[in-house]
Write a protein that binds this ligand. Structure first.
Ligand code: AHR
Length: 506
C-alpha cells in the first residue's frame, strides 16, 4: 500500500544561507575517540605525528566543517596544562566523568595539528566546572595570544610560534546537568559565564562565545535556564548551546522515527526564549544557537556504562553504538531539522566523530569503516549549497506515544542560484507504507535530474560492521524522475533520500 507526499518548492521560500558550520563534529577525550580513534602511533596508516591517516581521509570525506574539543563531560574536570609541553613530562590523570585514565599524550597543540590535517575549524571548550575564569583566560592566552607573554611564549617553545587563532569557545559544558563536575544552578552559571566571557573578550575581541544552554529539552530547568543565563550574559555571548540525543526506547519505533519533532520544538523554544530576553533587555542583536551535541545514542545499553571500582582504564570501549538503517533515517531527519533552522542555528556538532557514538569506527591496529549514519551526513554536507529553502509539505500522519501525531514525511531543500543546483532532502518516517512522491518544482524553470539516492534496508535494524561495512549504503532510486515541472517517484518506508537536480543549460 502507498499514499502520497506532496511537496511545493520555490526559490522564494528562503530561510537563510547554508552555513558550513552546520556540519561540525566533536572529539572528546572519551573511550576510544582520541586514543586509537584519531591518534594511534604504530598503526600502519599513522603519520609522523601519530594520527591515523585513514581516519583523516574519512573525516574529510564526511565533510566535517568544525570540531569541538576536548569535551563534553570530560572538560569539566580537565586541566588543559596537563596536555601541553614535552610528552614525557605530562601527567596521567583520572577522568572522573568517564572513570578512565588519560595519559595526556594528546592535548591542545596536537589537536590543532590534527585539525589542520583534517581541514576543520577548531571549537574549544573551557572548564567552568572544577575550574574558573583564570584558567579560561590562561588557555585562551596560550592558544591565541601573539608571542611576548608567558603563556604564548610557552606555546612557541612547545613548537607553535604562531597563535592557533581559535574563534569559537564554549563556556563550559552542560552546566545544567547534575552529573556534571562542578554542576551549577542557572544563576551561579550565569555569573561565571558572564565574567569569563567579558574577560576573554578583553583578551581577544574577535571570539565567538557560546554559553551553555540545556543538555536536553526534557531537563526540568529547560526554558528557565536559558532565560536566566541570557538575561545575565546577553551582551557578552553570541550563541547558546543545545544538546539532544535520541534512541528507540522500549520498542517504540514510531516515537523514535518522529524524533526530529523534538529537535524542532527544542530549537524553536530556545529561539522564543532568546528573543523574549532580547525584547525585555531592549537589544538589537540576536542570540544564535550552537547545537553542539546531537546524535542517536542508546544510553541505556551496556556499552555506555563507564567502568567502576578500581579499574581506571586508558581509552576503554565506551559508547560504541552500532547504528542501524533506521538510526540513519532518524539521523538524516535531524540534519533536515538543523538545516531548516539555519536562520538561528549558526553552528552544530555531531557528537561524536570516531568510535564514540560515531559515524567512523576503527579497530585498533586494523581497519576503519563507515557506520550507516556516515552517509546522510556526508551527502548532506557535500550537496547542501546556496540557500536553505523551506518546503511546503502535505503527507499522511502517524500516531505515536511521544508526540501524538507526526507527519510521515519531512523535507528541506537547498538552492544555489549561481550554479543552478537544487538538492532535496526527504524522509519517509512512517514504518508501514511507501510514499508516492509528487514535488512541484515548476518555479525553478527547466531542471534535469542529476541523481536520486535512497538509504533504506528491508530490515530496519540492519547495520554496517567491520566485516560487512557496505550492508546499508544509499542506492540509486530509479523510481524517481522528472515529469515536466514535477518530481515523482516512490520513497520506501523508513527511508532517507537526496534528490539532486540542476538547471538545464539553454
Ligand atoms: O557525547 C557524550 C556526552 O554526552 C558528553 O560528554 C556530554 O556533554 C553529553 O552528556
Amino acid at each position: 500500500m502507498s499514499s502520497q507526499v506532496s511537496l511545493l518548492l520555490n526559490p522564494a521560500f528562503r530561510v537563510a544561507p547554508v552555513r558550513r558550520r552546520t556540519f561540525g563534529a566533536f572529539v572528546e577525550h572519551l573511550g576510544r575517540c582520541v586514543y586509537s580513534g584519531i591518534f594511534e602511533p604504530g598503526h600502519p596508516s599513522a603519520d609522523e605525528d601519530g594520527f591515523r591517516t585513514d581516519v583523516l581521509a574519512l573525516t574529510r570525506e564526511l565533510g566535517v566543517s568544525s570540531v569541538r574539543y576536548p569535551g563534553g563531560n570530560f572538560v569539566s574536570g580537565y586541566k588543559w596544562e596537563d596536555g601541553v609541553g614535552p610528552v614525557e613530562d605530562r601527567p596521567a590523570r583520572h577522568d572522573l566523568a568517564w572513570h578512565s585514565t588519560d595519559p595526556n599524550t594528546v592535548g591542545l597543540d596536537e589537536f590543532m595539528t590534527w585539525a589542520k590535517k583534517a581541514e576543520v575549524e577548531p571549537m574549544y571548550a573551557v572548564n567552568l566546572g572544577t575550574r574558573g575564569i583564570e584558567e579560561a583566560l590562561d588557555v585562551l592566552q596560550y592558544a591565541n595570544s601573539p608571542q611576548g607573554i608567558a603563556l604564548s611564549d610557552q606555546r612557541a617553545a612547545n613548537g607553535s610560534p604562531e597563535p592557533h587563532g581559535i574563534r569559537m569557545w564554549c563556556l563550559g559544558n552542560e552546566m545544567d546537568g547534575p552529573w556534571q563536575a562542578g554542576h551549577k544552578t542557572a544563576h551561579e552559571y550565569a555569573r561565571i559565564a558572564t565574567e569569563a566571557a567579558r574577560l576573554m573578550r578583553q583578551e581577544d575581541p574577535d571570539l565567538e562565545l557560546i554559553a551553555c544552554g540545556s543538555s536536553s529539552s526534557s531537563m526540568e530547568t529547560f526554558g528557565e535556564w536559558e532565560n536566566v543565563v541570557l538575561t545575565e550574559a546577553y551582551d557578552h555571548v553570541d550563541m547558546i548551546s543545545a544538546h539532544a540525543y535520541y534512541s528507540e526506547k522500549d520498542g517504540d519505533q514510531a516515537s523514535f522515527l518522529a524524533s526530529a519533532d523534538d529537535m524542532d520544538h527544542f530549537i524553536e523554544s530556545v529561539v522564543a526564549t532568546a528573543d523574549h530576553v532580547r525584547a525585555k533587555l531592549k537589544k538589537d542583536k540576536r542570540i544564535m544557537i550552537s547545537f553542539d551535541e546531537w546524535n542517536i545514542w542508546y544510553q541505556h545499553r551496556a556499552e555506555s556504562r563507564p567502568p567502576s571500582g578500581d579499574d581506571w582504564p586508558v581509552a576503554p570501549v565506551l559508547l560504541e553504538d552500532t547504528y542501524s538503517a533506521m538510526d540513519a533515517v532518524v539521523f538524516g531527519n535531524l540534519l533536515i531539522s538543523l538545516l531548516r533552522h539555519s536562520d538561528r542555528v549558526a553552528s552544530a556538532s555531531l557528537a561524536q566523530l570516531v568510535n564514540v557514538i560515531a559515524p567512523i569506527m576503527t579497530a585498533p591496529g586494523g581497519a576503519s569503516w563507515k557506520q550507516t549514519t556516515f552517509h546522510p551526513f556526508a551527502l548532506t554536507s557535500a550537496h547542501a549549497r546556496g540557500e536553505v529553502l523551506d518546503v511546503r509539505l502535505d503527507a499522511p500522519s502517524f500516531e505515536n506515544t511521544r508526540f501524538g501525531t507526526s507527519s510521515a514525511a519531512d523535507a528541506v531543500a537547498t538552492w544555489d542560484e549561481e550554479s543552478g543546483d537544487l538538492a532535496v532532502f526527504v524522509v519517509n518516517r512512517g514504518n508501514q507504507d511507501a510514499l508516492d512522491l509528487d514535488a512541484d518544482l515548476s518555479a525553478f524553470g527547466d531542471l534535469e535530474l542529476v541523481e536520486a539516492l535512497t538509504l533504506h534496508h528491508e530490515d530496519p535494524y540492519a547495520a554496517n560492521t567491520e566485516s560487512a561495512p557496505e550492508t546499508v549504503v544509499p542506492q540509486a532510486n530509479d523510481t524517481i524522475r522528472l515529469d515536466g515541472g514535477r518530481l515523482v517517484g516512490s520513497l520506501p518506508e523508513i527511508s532517507w533520500s537526496i534528490v539532486r537536480l540542476t538547471r538545464t543549460s539553454a
